[in-house]
Design a protein around this ligand. Structure first.
Ligand code: 6YU
Length: 517
């Protein structure tokens, strides 16, 4: 079969490709192949849902557009392909394009003007918050430094444990005043909750310390899309002919390593992709871009023959957590006009300990911060809460009314204003309940490493003697070793797998490959 497939491939100049999933990875891969000469008949993009974009999803809250999925371009500068594409398409505000914005080095943590409230209903001093912020981010930088270390040199298995031990040591030197110490630790606890959202993990105790520094932050001041992130995925979708992308096509089974005959041509293909509606697609190559959360749940039944043990282990070991957003629209702001982040500190919580386990009574205590959508001329008065982990998953089980009730109570408590008007509107994401995502994004969990990311990305069959016989290729944010969890990681992974096939094409003698674009 290997020789036959390679010979058929050679005659046609390139193999027939099915891409599964129309997020940035899938759209990027299909667009790249289209630009290099793949046409209808040799290229299909199958998407389970009724829309393109995947975890890039914009929605309206009243008039303004808000993001239920990806929010910022992380590191918007020349090396970031999402930034380049968005800039080319005129999707960004002029400020984002300035050289000085692109040069800014924030290490992924831009310092924005904030207001910090605590559970006793009073503001926390800005100096204290900024001192604790500086300490927290210096410890995170230290945590990233273990990347080059051999295993025995890593002082703790997880980022969370490393931070807790470092803070416990430092706190011994702090002044005797127990109340002051407690507040300092509670502020650090707030930064830790925000970091859970950044990593998309329930707890930083789940995030592996050794590989933490492999994630690369690009330079540039994180920026947003004034008219919605979906402008980017809409552009990619529109640059492909309509018939290439098929919606509501849930792929349920990928048979590979086979020999499937096409009814009208008799041509044999090694891969057959079957959908929920029983329609099948034959291919030489399939590029699978479904989220890691979906793979964790479905890999056993999605592939036949089953995936090799090394890949299954990588899927099981890597982390995929939930980070949700709750948008609250207010008639009037309770924050100052220049404030861009509202932080919340719970003094009663044990220092840097796990938040209370009583989810119905205290799920909202996992919210460390609300982002104020800026500028007010565009958004009015909207806060966006970020919440990660089990509390985020519990929140998905509540009704809008219950979430509004709990958050109004919480905001009244922390502002010390029992008459604070409730938000007039709410919109939230439920990424854990999304059947084709099952969470938000990947992280390198304790007992996994960047090698697992590479193992996930490896095409099948393993060790194919002729690269033209590669059948199942993997893309998606979770397959990018240094940019996992981001839109640029997703796009680059899609391009990587398209290029893998294009380079096969370059290597062939066929004239059917279009010139490079
Ligand atoms: C970023 C940001 N951001 C917030 C939230 C979320 C994410 N990200 P897709 O899922 O898009 O596509 C797969 C498709 O497959 C999909 O359409 C499915 O329907 C389809 N599918 C599934 N099963 C199928 C089947 N059986 N058949 C057919 N089709 C099927 N990224 O750059 N900036 O601000 C945020 C944020 C709430 C949920 C984000 C952000 C992540 C990106 O959204 C995500 O990576 C890509 O969109 C994924 O694209 P894809 O194509 O791979 O999959 C040290 C260290 C720290 C590490 N982290 C630091 C970075 C922090 C990340 N930032 C996140 C923050 C926010 C707020």
């Amino acid at each position: 079969m290997e020789e036959e497939a390679a010979a058929a491939w050679g005659r046609r100049g390139h193999g027939r490709v099915v891409v599964v999933g129309a997020g940035l990875a899938g759209l990027g891969a299909a667009r790249r192949l289209w630009a290099r000469g793949w046409r209808l008949g040799d290229l299909r993009l199958l998407e389970a849902s009724g829309r393109a974009g995947g975890r890039v999803r914009s929605a309206r809250l009243g008039k303004p557009v808000v993001e239920l999925g990806a929010h910022w371009i992380h590191g918007p500068s020349a090396e970031n392909p999402v930034f380049r594409l968005a800039a080319e398409q005129g999707l960004l505000a002029p400020g984002a394009l300035l050289e000085e914005s692109q040069r800014a080095e924030t290490g992924g943590h831009p310092l924005l003007p904030s207001a910090c409230f605590c559970s006793r209903g009073r503001p926390v001093s800005a100096d204290l918050v900024s001192a604790m912020g500086a300490l927290f981010f210096s410890l995170l930088t230290e945590a990233r430094g273990f990347v080059a270390s051999a295993a025995p040199e890593v002082p703790a298995p997880s980022v969370g444990q490393f931070l807790q031990e470092a803070v416990a040591r430092l706190a011994q030197e702090w002044p005797e005043d127990e109340a002051a110490k407690r507040l300092q630790l509670a502020v650090l606890g707030m930064f830790l909750k925000v970091e859970c959202c950044v990593s998309g993990a329930h707890s930083m105790d789940a995030v592996a310390l050794g590989p933490f520094g492999e994630y690369v932050s690009l330079p540039g001041l994180d920026c947003t899309f004034p008219d919605g992130y979906e402008g980017l995925t809409d552009h990619l979708r529109a640059s492909l002919p309509e018939d290439i992308v098929l919606f509501n096509k849930v792929v349920t089974l990928i048979r590979w390593g086979g020999s499937f005959a096409e009814a009208d041509t008799g041509r044999l293909f090694p891969v057959q992709v079957e959908c929920e509606d029983h329609e099948t697609f034959l291919a030489d190559h399939v590029i699978v871009t479904v989220p890691l959360g979906f793979l964790k749940e479905q890999q056993e039944t999605l592939f036949h023959p089953p995936l090799p043990p090394r890949k299954v282990a990588a899927i099981q070991r890597l982390g995929f957590g939930t980070n949700n957003k709750i948008f609250l629209e207010f008639e009037e702001p309770f924050w100052e006009p220049d404030c861009q982040i509202v932080e919340v500190v719970w003094e009663e919580e044990l220092p840097l300990a796990k938040p209370p386990a009583d989810l119905p009574a205290a799920w909202f205590q996992k919210i460390g911060a609300f982002v104020v959508l800026h500028p007010p001329e565009r958004y009015g008065h909207i806060l966006c809460a970020f919440i990660a982990g089990e509390e985020a998953e519990f929140m998905e089980t509540l009704t809008d009314t219950e979430v509004l009730r709990d958050l109004t109570k919480m905001l009244r408590q922390v502002t010390g204003n029992p008459l604070l008007a409730p938000p007039k509107n709410i919109l939230r994401s439920k990424w854990h309940s999304e059947p084709y995502t099952r969470g938000s994004y990947s992280y390198v969990a304790v007992n996994s490493s960047g090698d697992d990311i590479d193992a996930l990305a490896l095409p099948l069959p393993e060790g194919a003697s002729d690269p033209k016989t590669l059948q199942v290729l993997f893309a998606g944010e979770a397959t990018h070793r240094t940019f996992y969890s981001t839109t640029h990681g997703a796009l680059l992974s899609g391009w990587r797998e398209a290029d893998r096939l294009i380079h096969l094409c370059d290597g062939s003698e066929s004239q059917q490959c279009a010139p490079k674009l």
